[in-house]
Write a protein that binds this ligand. Sequence first.
Ligand code: UDP
Length: 249
Amino acid sequence: MQATRAKFHGPTQELLGVPVSLLDMDATVSAVEQMISEGGQHLIVTADASGFVIASTDPELAEIYQGADLATPDSQGVVWALHRKGAKGVARVSGVDLFDRICRLSAERGYRLFFLGAAPGVAEQAAERIRLRHPGCNIVGTRHGYFTADDDDLVAQEVSVARPDVLFVAMGIPRQEKFIVKTLGTIGAKVAMGVGGSLDVFSGKAKRAPQFIQRLKLEWMWRLLLNPSKFSKVKMLPRFVRLVFMEGK
Ligand code: UDP
């Protein structure tokens, strides 16, 4: 089923064809509240440098990014590119932080959340830990993300039974975004967002960098040291920089 999307409007800066949101974290959380209260269905993408690079050779992902209701600057690379284009005072709004804030919001407002993705057991473990972190957070369902595209509709029907307001999909770029666009109409959530490795982080399976490393803007290096398989992502950074320079100011 095709989702009927209600477009959210906020300040943006165009980057590689994508209108990237200039809202800071608090304003982004307010935008999410607005999306939930106004009804309709909304797609949030958290765009990092690797996402832009993948989109440059994947027209389906490029179209999804361009049509998203909110594309947040998920990485320091994207923040740098926005500054270069003249956008002032842009702050990083990472998927993992936004995920955490929406969980807090759920504890305050009762919004129904569904966690879909990561290896078997991880979403459940993340849910357990999030409930301790944000008592009252209303997680209405969890499911692992290891299934093929042939089963997308089946999984969507399974998720829809839980009637989530917000669907988080942690299956990596671009699989998670493509799954959301294909199934949002069936699932019926008001907001859906791809969150990459966030369930791994909140389950305790993966560790975020200490605050001081995040402040030094070196979280990517920390991830690489802990998990060398992430090297394929880091390798995309020079390509991202090249794309940004080719686009010009
Ligand atoms: N994953 C999944 N299904 C798959 C492939 C991956 O659920 O078929 C999960 C994986 O276990 C991990 C997440 O997707 O939890 C991808 O995390 P990553 O940090 O690689 O995401 P990205 O860097 O693309 O945001």
